[in-house]
Design a binder for this molecule. Structure first.
Ligand code: 4AD
Ligand code: MG
Length: 471
């Protein structure tokens, strides 16, 4: 944007580069205002940073605008960038001109000063991005997304735009939203179509032409699980590599999670200061000692992320994990055994208590996982991996893929996946098939992990969950 005294600059830009004495223009929304006889202050935010800018009004301006400069008003201020004596900030704007761009009546403004609950804010999701926590979460989500793209491009991966509308159930889990147009039974496409649950099968085609690729976009699951970790619409990152085995997939996943986490934390120090003030257990703002709401007295989110990254991630097979769980003296809600699947309680125990850091679980029983995973020697397990992290449980699910046509056909038969639907997927094994693999990371799970926010409904701009599709 053009520079000059009449051009607005974001608060982030001003704090970075404005020179004391310079004429500047700032635009944003009023967060707080304090009027007194001699000098009045208005704090303005614009989302570009966690910082507000302090606008100082002389008596005349204060008198003229006092009634309109209430919380929530959109304003444009022109003035001098000045050193700020005392107080929290080192610079401020001495206002010469104030313009009320959009008035806001503080008596009806839905975001009142006193802290409202996150549950209540979900009912006003169109306004909640103006609150402190959501301001920070939006920036974190954006930074994570950006660093994900950066990471893959630095490592030579191409971003492939896989389709949203598909004709196949990539996970074979039957959690599909059907897409319909008009009332013809065969529909718009001449066949039944669905919103994608995963771009994996399509991106595999590009791994067999461009070697290292990834897809990053929205995915949809009609699973009726009302948990704090599941949404019907969420974003998934799915890298896929040709000429790669399970060890390569795990090495990529660890380096990727580590690098993105460290870079995002380094980019947003102010926002992480805020996340760190919340109790990782219940979300209450707490002093450094035990939480007044729930009694939790463990480390804050920043220390817990640092601890998680301090050592290499752990790695055990499914059967080793089961043995660990069987030795714990605890009344599990769900059974533990070689033929039972790991439930959230088991996953959290492994990551949080047993290992105390992220852990890859590998080689799951064949019947527990999707049809495309590579069958291990012995035929009992598949070359799958889930990455479990403290506080969240499963953050990543991945595998080496079955590249052998005969084995893939057998897997499809066992999992009752129709060959006719996936003729093209089978073709990949006919000409130039390679050992290959990849993983899927749920973006929201990573946002939850990094921010310490408890519920997936609070890290999606407009969450879609069973019974909820407002906005
Ligand atoms: O484990 P999932 O189902 O794996 C796949 O979809 C594979 N196709 C990935 C691959 O290998 N390319 O999902 C991957 C990740 C999970 O680990 C979880 O983080 C997230 O996606 N996820 C969800 N996140 C929010 N809401 C839901 N309903 C989710 N279901 C899965
Ligand atoms: Mg999974």
């Amino acid at each position: 944007m053009e520079r000059g005294p009449h051009r607005r600059r974001s608060i982030a830009r001003l704090l970075e580069g404005a020179v004391v004495g310079e004429q500047v223009v700032v635009t944003g929304w009023v967060k707080t205002s304090r009027f007194s006889k001699n000098v009045s202050f208005v704090h303005v935010f614009d989302g570009s940073t966690d910082k507000t800018v302090q606008v100082v009004l002389d008596e005349a301006l204060a008198l003229a605008y006092k009634a309109e400069l209430g919380v929530g008003a959109a304003v444009r201020v022109q003035g001098e960038w000045a050193a700020s004596p005392g107080g929290e900030q080192s610079v401020e704007i001495k206002a010469h001109e104030v313009q009320i761009v959009g008035a806001s009546d503080p008596s009806t403004y839905p975001l009142q000063k006193k802290r409202t609950t996150l549950e209540h804010l979900r009912t006003i999701a169109h306004l909640r991005s103006r609150t402190n926590l959501h301001q920070a979460v939006v920036r974190a989500r954006d930074a994570i997304s950006w660093h994900i793209h950066r990471y893959f491009h630095e490592h030579g991966f191409r971003w492939i735009h896989t389709p949203i509308i598909t004709g196949s159930d990539a996970e074979g889990a039957g959690e599909l939203f059907e897409v319909r147009a008009g009332d013809k039974p065969e529909g718009f496409f001449g066949k039944r179509t669905f919103l994608t649950v995963s771009g994996q099968l399509e991106v595999e085609c590009f791994a067999q032409s461009h070697t290292d690729v990834y897809t990053f976009g929205p995915t949809f699951r009609a699973e009726n699980s009302n948990t704090a970790r599941h949404a019907a619409e969420f974003w998934m990152i799915e890298p896929e590599m040709a000429f790669a085995d399970l060890d390569d997939v795990i090495a990529l996943a660890e380096d990727f999670v580590r690098t993105v986490t460290q870079r995002v934390m380094a980019d947003l120090p102010g926002d992480f200061e805020l996340f760190d003030k919340r109790c990782p257990e219940c979300g209450a703002y707490r002093p450094k000692e035990a939480c007044k709401e729930c009694g939790f007295d463990g480390p804050g989110v920043v220390a817990s992320l640092q601890a998680a990254l301090a050592e290499p991630f752990a790695r055990v097979t499914f059967h080793e994990a089961v043995a660990i769980l069987q030795q714990v003296d605890r009344a599990w809600e769900y059974p533990v055994g070689p033929h039972e699947s790991l439930q959230a309680e088991h996953e959290r125990y492994l990551a949080e208590e047993h290992f105390g850091r992220p852990v890859f679980i590998t080689n799951y029983p064949r019947e527990q996982k999707a049809f495309y995973m590579r069958v291990d020697e012995g035929g009992e397990t598949v070359s799958a991996t889930d990455l479990l992290v403290p506080r969240i449980g499963e953050m990543i699910g991945g595998s080496q893929r079955e590249e052998r046509l005969d084995m893939l056909l057998e897997q499809m038969e066992r999992h009752q996946v129709e060959q006719e639907e996936l003729w093209w997927y089978l073709d990949l094994r006919r000409w130039g098939s390679t050992p290959h693999g990849g993983f899927g990371l749920g973006l929201e799970r990573m946002v939850l992990w990094m921010t310490g926010v408890q519920n997936i409904r609070d890290v999606l701009p407009f969450p879609r969950t069973p019974g909820h599709a407002e906005f």
